[in-house]
Write a protein that binds this ligand. Structure first.
Ligand code: F6R
Length: 245
């Protein structure tokens, strides 16, 4: 049995080089298909990649003028303009600088009055506009993808997630004005339906998680391991996250 990971691993020197390599993938996808749908995570890891994509898009307006974006997840209960939201992060780095309007940027309301209805709305949006051409993910310190948190089972579709203790300490929340009450996230099934997946991993604190991901074991206790079930995953990491043995 072949148990080597089915991932294309791109190992760059540092976070900046990783971001350059990641943006090259995103640009290549947009050159192949200008109206690509990207599902995008936020957080510290992809922030620079998105800035670089915005710089490319501003220098070459035709590159991103049909790009569509779906926000992967959100901190439930924060107001939409809370500086910690995924919404604010995407608007600051990509959506604002590229002038992407609501016809090409979709995603979770952060504080919906009816969470089940909001999950249905996102499910329907994805059914109508998906699947994504590229899903850009970060790797949680506990192995989560989006807010698909470790547990006895994972959910396939958009759902409300109980935040793990690690997620409640996430660096994005250091600047939060309020306390999130839950996570709102696409499910593992939604992620796996993307045509291509780009997982970004940076920093020595992620090295144990990346090592675990490379083991041929799929478990809901380590949600990222479900990426083994997808045939087109690229892992773009830096040397700190993937030190030479
Ligand atoms: C946030 C998200 C999370 C992060 C993960 C890694 O939108 O989807 O799953 O990708 O927690 O976060 P960073 O990159 O800050 O280490």
């Amino acid at each position: 049995m072949n148990t080597s990971p089915p991932f294309d691993i791109i190992r760059a020197a540092d976070h900046e080089a990783m971001s350059q390599a990641a943006v090259a993938r995103m640009v290549a996808q947009l050159q192949r298909k200008p109206d690509s749908l990207f599902i995008l995570a936020t957080g510290g890891t992809p922030e620079r990649t998105y800035q670089l994509l915005a710089e490319r898009g501003r220098a070459e307006p035709s590159l991103c003028d049909r790009l569509r974006i779906l926000k992967l997840d959100e901190w439930g209960g924060l107001s939409m303009d809370d500086p910690a939201t995924c919404e604010v992060a995407l608007r600051r780095t990509l959506v604002g600088p590229l002038g992407i309007g609501p016809d090409r940027f979709a995603g979770w309301q952060s504080a919906p009055s009816d969470i089940a209805a909001e999950c249905d709305r996102i499910r329907q949006w994805l059914a109508e506009h998906g699947p994504a051409d590229l899903c850009v993910l970060g790797l949680g310190l506990n192995g989560h993808l989006g807010f698909n948190e470790p547990g006895d089972h994972l959910q396939p579709g958009p759902h409300r997630a109980e935040l793990s203790s690690e997620s409640k300490r996430h660096s994005m929340l250091h600047q939060a004005r309020g306390q999130p009450v839950c996570g709102l996230t696409l499910g593992v099934g939604d992620i796996l339906q993307s045509r291509e997946i780009l997982l970004l991993v940076s920093g020595a604190q992620k090295a144990p998680q990346l090592r675990r991901l490379l083991r041929p074991e799929i478990s809901p206790q380590f949600p990222a391991s479900f990426l083994w079930l997808h045939a087109a995953v690229s892992v773009c990491c830096d040397e700190a996250a993937y030190p030479a043995i």
